[in-house]
Design a protein around this ligand. Sequence first.
Ligand SMILES: Nc1ncnc2c1ncn2[C@@H]1O[C@H](COP(=O)(O)OP(=O)(O)OP(=O)(O)O)[C@@H](O)[C@H]1O
Ligand SMILES: [Mg+2]
Length: 294
Amino acid sequence: MNLTSLLPIAMQKETIKSSAQQDESVGAEVSVSADVAESPAGRPDYIKVCDFSFNYVPAVRVLHNITMEIPERQVTAFIGPSGCGKTTLLRNFNRMNDLIDGVSHEGKIYVNDQDIYDRNLEVISLRKRIGMVFQKSNPFPKSIYENVIYSLRVSGQKKKAILDETVERSLKSAALWEETKDRLHDSALGLSGGQMQRLCIARAIANRPEILLMDEPCSALDPIATAKIEELITELKENFTVVIVTHNMQQATRVSDRAAYFYLGKLVEMDDTTKLFSNPEQKETEDYISGRFG
Ligand SMILES: Nc1ncnc2c1ncn2[C@@H]1O[C@H](COP(=O)(O)OP(=O)(O)OP(=O)(O)O)[C@@H](O)[C@H]1O
Ligand SMILES: [Mg+2]
């Protein structure tokens, strides 16, 4: 049941606006989920991309005929040089790009066999299944506690025990609990950059999304926090589908099962990570992963 649709229209709009504001100001980090319930399907979602092309403005195509399958319960890494379209594709998975004027697309994207551009699809119900963590964090100007439970608040959850449990579980998973457990009601804006990013990860997983999209989530983190987030990603894939964009080739090999190499808006190659990194089919891929590119 789509609880979001039961929310007052104003609240639904606020929900969309909140994620849009996050996105447009300093890079989105969490798509606001409005339902605390687990997926009725009881299984993780997967993504299928079929001949998908995307333009930000008419006649300026930034993704070209992408076809790929992102398997459930695995980690898929997107790699490729800056500007090749990794973020753009990721943001299409939960239709974040809808928020930009003038965009257009061709082809299809399916989440669990559901066409996400189907005119009957409720975008909010799609987004509630998909958590997002983006490169630049931007916590809400609220307490640490309120940041984590933001989506639960939007959905009207008031039970303190549930809220407390969510905060502790999410912050522990994001490797932030020890540093914040005694200051949960302090402003999130008083955290360091790396702590803010981990807070945004905690917020993205608070609602147990079926799919977690992570766009360079560790670029502001130190090696210890990075290792913890990588551990978290490995744990999450037991139940969820994870897509991570990374410029760190070691990270891609450590955390991902599948890897996709993009160049100039095209998918050059996608394969098991071990295969792609040890014996890529395409010379372009080899040049990139071996550092000979550019
Ligand atoms: N909002 C936008 N409006 C117009 N063009 C955009 C917009 N966002 C991205 N682009 C363009 O789309 C192309 C792909 O950008 P995208 O951000 O997806 O690349 P990326 O692979 O994520 O790069 P990076 O590794 O630097 O994050 C680039 O040419 C970029 O300039
Ligand atoms: Mg990007």
